[in-house]
Design a protein around this ligand. Structure first.
Ligand code: ADP
Ligand code: MG
Length: 354
């Protein structure tokens, strides 16, 4: 039913589609208002890390050195954070129930704990035991019994995780495990922008498993054009195109990882509602967050997907300075928050959330 290869192939095809939008199919673009004679020239690097395919593209004369450093940074962060690596900082904490983590990991755990508070528990870095129970970790999928669910739910709750921001000391409650998979790629894309800047790169775009983040404008001064996949035809279709400058567009879609239970025919998706222990069924099929903070965007895409349209709209009204969003419901209706008005194009009707 589910094929990792198929997912990654389709992802790659979609990436190519998105990048062809971004780059208008050309390797050399007009350089304006810049002294760099290579401002319009780009290089692209592919990285297979964090359980996904990544594509990094940078422009200008320092692009190759910057891309090399960016690739190394992804591998460094993966080694630090991966729950699949026995020696990662996160695995050490999970094995021992406590530990001292590096300032970067502490920053991410703090970010995740803040998101837990802000989203009323929708984003919860302790959902890992539920991911395991449903088989999303082993890919040996399983619909749990009520008893299994209620036993596992006892171990869920970021309110029982403590972090000392100064020392980096973390403690978990008995049986808990943490996973930063819901924010790691957003955090990483944010870091990549800093690396590009430190190398003097002014124009770059990365896609980390569908999480897009851009530095500056395209070399010709125009906005980047980011495709939002059609959740009902994610391999080839786009539901909308968002124009952005210096921002991240981070999407959570139920189509990304799922399995179909053969007995019941029900589809279960990889975003878990910590309130019920079940995969989220909120009426939304895709949520894209547009923000200049990649980590926030990543966490919020997961959280707003769980909240559903009404709660997500209200959440945006309370935090409209921090982000904007493009939401697609299960009927294919497209909703766009007011801050993006005029920057989103689509063949569908665009309904503005105010
Ligand atoms: P993807 O990582 O596939 O791009 P998301 O950004 O939406 O998708 O993150 C989903 C991942 O986040 C899951 O694979 C899981 O590791 C984790 N996750 C699932 N549900 C939650 C939740 N409620 N809170 C925090 N993390 C979650
Ligand atoms: Mg996310």
């Amino acid at each position: 039913m589910y094929s990792y290869l198929k997912r990654n192939l389709s992802f790659l095809i979609c990436l190519l589609l998105v990048f062809s939008f971004c780059a208008c199919g050309s390797q050399t673009e007009r350089a304006e208002a810049t002294a760099d004679p290579q401002a319009g020239e780009s290089s692209t690097v592919y990285v297979d890390s964090m359980d996904t395919f990544m594509e990094l593209r940078a422009f200008g004369s320092n692009r190759d050195a910057a891309l090399k450093a960016a690739k190394e940074e992804i591998e460094r962060l993966n080694d630090m954070l991966s729950i699949g690596l026995e020696k990662s900082e996160i695995s050490m904490v999970n094995q021992q129930g406590s530990g001292t983590v590096s300032p970067e990991t502490a920053e991410m755990i703090r970010g995740a704990l803040d998101l837990y508070e802000e989203t009323d528990g929708a984003f919860d870095l302790t959902v890992y035991p539920l991911m395991e129970l449903w088989g999303f970790v082993s890919k040996d999928y399983h619909v749990p019994t009520n008893e299994e669910l209620s036993e596992t739910l006892k171990r869920i709750g970021a309110d029982r995780v403590t972090l000392d921001d100064v020392s980096g000391a973390v403690t978990l409650d008995v049986g808990q495990a943490i996973d930063l998979g819901g924010i790691a790629k957003g955090y990483t894309s944010q870091k990549l922008m800093e690396i590009f800047k430190s190398y003097g790169v002014q124009s770059a775009i990365v896609s980390l498993g569908g999480n897009m983040q851009c530095l500056g404008t395209k070399p010709d001064g125009s906005a980047w054009r980011i495709g939002v996949k059609d959740p009902f035809n994610p391999e080839f279709g786009l539901s909308a195109i968002i124009q952005i400058v210096d921002k991240a567009v981070i999407t959570s879609g139920g189509y990304e990882r799922y399995f179909v239970d053969e007995a019941s025919g029900v589809t279960y998706r990889h975003i878990i509602d910590p309130a019920t222990g079940y995969p989220a069924e909120s009426g939304l099929s895709s949520v894209s967050i547009v923000t200049d903070n990649g980590m926030l965007g990543d966490g919020l895409s997961t959280a707003l997907y769980i909240m559903g349209l009404e709660k997500a709209s209200n959440f945006w009204r309370e935090h409209r300075d921090a982000f904007d969003a493009v939401l697609i419901d299960n009927d294919g209706n497209l909703y766009v928050t007011a801050g993006l008005e005029g920057t989103v194009s689509s063949d569908s009707e665009i309904r503005i959330i105010r």
